[in-house]
Design a protein around this ligand. Sequence first.
Ligand SMILES: *Cc1c(COP(=O)(O)O)cnc(C)c1O
Length: 368
Amino acid sequence: MKYPFQQLQRTHAACIDELKRAAAEVIESGWYLRGSQTSAFEEELSAALGVSESVATGNGLDALRLILRGYIELGRLKEGDELIAAANTYIATILPASELGLKVRLIDPDEQTMCLNLRDAAHAASGKTRVVAVTHLYGNPSWDEDAAAELRQRGIIIMEDNAQAIGASWHGQMTGSLGDASAQSFYPSKNIGALGDAGAVCSSDSQLIAAVRSLHNYGSDRQYHFKYLGYNSRMDEMQAAFLRIKLRRLGEVTAMRNRAAAVYNASISHPDIQTPATLDGCTQVWHQYILRSPRRNELMEYLRGNGVGTMIHYPIPPHRQPCYEGALEGSYPLTDRLAAEVLSIPIADIPEREASEISDIINSFPKN
Ligand SMILES: *Cc1c(COP(=O)(O)O)cnc(C)c1O
């Protein structure tokens, strides 16, 4: 494949010596969990997102679970309460809600952003709705100040799934600091990726952070004293040391994705292919660059045959997954259409020249 979808070696080429030095330092320090690397990373992450505190976790799914468990322990949520999410989100947004006994209610996303529209969520919210989960899918920030104020006034928690959007902003404010609490994922292919699993909870709510901090360490609020039936979901010192290096490079990584996206936006022109919207007043971070085509499968084959790796995010939406059979009834026509039409093309660490070559290949897709 001349243009693979993503190569993490390429991502790491720019900082390989720094990563190796950091690994050596951690190995030699003799301290591997809950140490100075993790606490420094938590502080640097909070500063980068503009929240007062962060808790480094084992992964992004756990970060979402810890937020919901935290609110349950604080008495702001209980079993049977309803959570609203976009039907086309990645399944991890809603798995922890289901596991904790919340009722998941889906709505179709906004056609332009492909994300949850907060105004639609406020409209759909009932007396049972206690949480709205906003996923900034594909790195597209999705927010609405008035709808958020209305939801808060009704006592509804806004949880951001910021796994795909670290570095994005909405009218100057970072995603991950817009809602009441946010979950980050540092899965290796994310815009800031660890060399393994890692995640974080970020919030300016000190009570929630205290609950999450206990819950992620067996439920312990001080040594050998257990306030909650907790979990073990801690980031290790090695990943924290790597992520401190990666976080310093976030601006550069985002700028490179933006340059490639700008080439695609300007160059791709084909009657059967739609390029993604660029959003006013926002910084998109292009976690994925999503084409839409009614001839998606044919296009995917054509690109594969011409050396361009692609992926589908995501081919089967949650309401059609076996684990949710009978549980997420309802019809989500836009979500089904997106699942049939979306195609992700290479965007991570792609120099402009390659974006331009890939655009030419896309434009040469035979017309119907
Ligand atoms: C990656 C991802 C997650 C889960 O993160 P992990 O670190 O893999 O557990 C959650 N939500 C979204 C939208 C994601 O893309």
